[in-house]
Design a protein around this ligand. Structure first.
Ligand SMILES: [Fe+2]
Length: 362
């Protein structure tokens, strides 16, 4: 479409004649005006073909389909189909291919997610933990979350690690939808992109948890990729687990378990560390999911439960599950061998939940 096409159509719709438009735009003939208006009309009517195509493929993949049949149905070449599937995968749609048949993968497949943190030899490293904000739940505490990010910014923190459940997810149990203020995966993603704190100089590195994964189970859609595509400051590290090399020898592990909470706050952390092999323990462990705040040093692991930014829900109240709303700012001293010789954790609690806080962010 030429640069003047859109303007030609606008002038035509304002009532100018072809001759007047020709003069205004400096074109040689009225035939050129006619072509410009036609092109602009066509561009307005036709959505971008790539959006159209990926949507059609996404719809078709609700049932398994052979690659050749899909190409014939959509009247596209195999090369175009391959490129469109790549686009879908980058946006979080889990497309798998088995024996030439394409389908959506609705499973969470555990993978090793290893991330190298930028490091230039510092012996003292500072970062923060904030997780389980469960955005799109009517109990999310966005105001407190934003306040926590403000504190991190004023404290010079540039990296915040999030051990999962950025989203509340869908259909976690019967009646769960009544606890959500948005319905549908696309609206959930849009809300997170809009309202998750953005602060200059701060990047959030996140994994996804069981609530986020509900959208994988329903629609083969990993929202972690979709969120990261739309926000440069939100970096997606993978599903359920991530290993972060803070230095070449100092490891931080993010973990989002899937089991139920225990009555004793430290019980799950201890059992988790008990189950680790001797040579494979991280130096620091950050655990989400249980919505508890805890620091424990056990078997040479500095373990944090990272708290949450969701108030106690009615369901949690019924199950006698407490919510420790807040996040951590952490400072560690590290040797060349990766040993953490000092570990200072400052928990920033939000004791009073804000009722219906999501309404303050509409
Ligand atoms: Fe969780």
């Amino acid at each position: 479409m030429a640069a003047h096409d859109k303007e030609a159509l606008e002038l035509f719709e304002q009532g100018l004649s072809y001759e007047q438009i020709r003069e205004r735009l400096g074109l040689r003939t009225t035939k050129q005006v006619n072509h410009a208006i036609d092109r602009a009309r066509k561009a307005r009517q036709d959505p971008p073909p790539s959006t159209d195509l990926t949507a059609a493929i996404r719809e078709a993949l609700k049932r398994p389909v052979a690659r050749g049949i899909l190409c014939d149905r959509l009247k596209i070449s195999d090369r175009i189909l391959t490129a469109a599937i790549e686009d879908l995968r980058e946006s979080g749609i889990q497309v798998v291919e088995t024996d030439g048949e394409l389908s959506l993968c609705r499973d969470v497949v555990p993978e090793e997610n290893i991330h190298e943190a930028p490091w230039s030899g510092e012996k003292v490293i500072r970062f923060a933990f904030a997780g389980d904000m469960q955005i799109n739940s009517k109990f999310t505490q966005l105001t407190h979350l934003h306040h926590f990010y403000d504190i991190c910014q004023s404290e010079g923190i540039s990296v915040i690690y999030n051990p999962g459940d950025i989203d509340e997810g869908e259909d976690m149990r019967q009646g769960h939808k009544y606890e959500c203020y948005n319905q549908g995966a696309d609206d959930h993603v849009a809300e997170i992109v809009k309202n998750f704190p953005a602060r200059p100089g701060i990047k959030t590195y996140f994994i996804t948890g069981n609530h986020d994964h509900s959208l994988i189970k329903r629609a083969g859609y990993d929202i972690g990729h979709a969120i990261a595509q739309k926000r440069d400051d939100l970096v997606y590290l993978g599903q359920s687990f991530a290993t972060i090399n803070l230095t070449p020898n100092c490891i931080l592990e993010l973990r989002h378990p899937i089991d139920g909470t225990a009555y004793a706050i430290s019980y799950k952390t201890q059992k988790m560390i008990d189950a680790m092999h001797g040579g494979e323990k991280p130096n620091i462990l950050a655990i989400g999911h249980y919505h508890k705040a805890e620091y424990i040093f056990y078997r040479n692991v500095h373990a944090f439960q990272t708290g949450c930014f969701q108030a106690q829900t009615n369901w949690m109240r019924g199950k006698q599950i407490a919510a420790h709303v807040g996040g951590w700012i952490v400072e560690i001293h590290v040797t060349d061998e990766g040993t953490v010789t000092r570990c200072k954790g400052e928990f920033i609690p939000y004791f009073r939940a804000i009722k219906d806080d999501y309404l303050n962010w509409r």
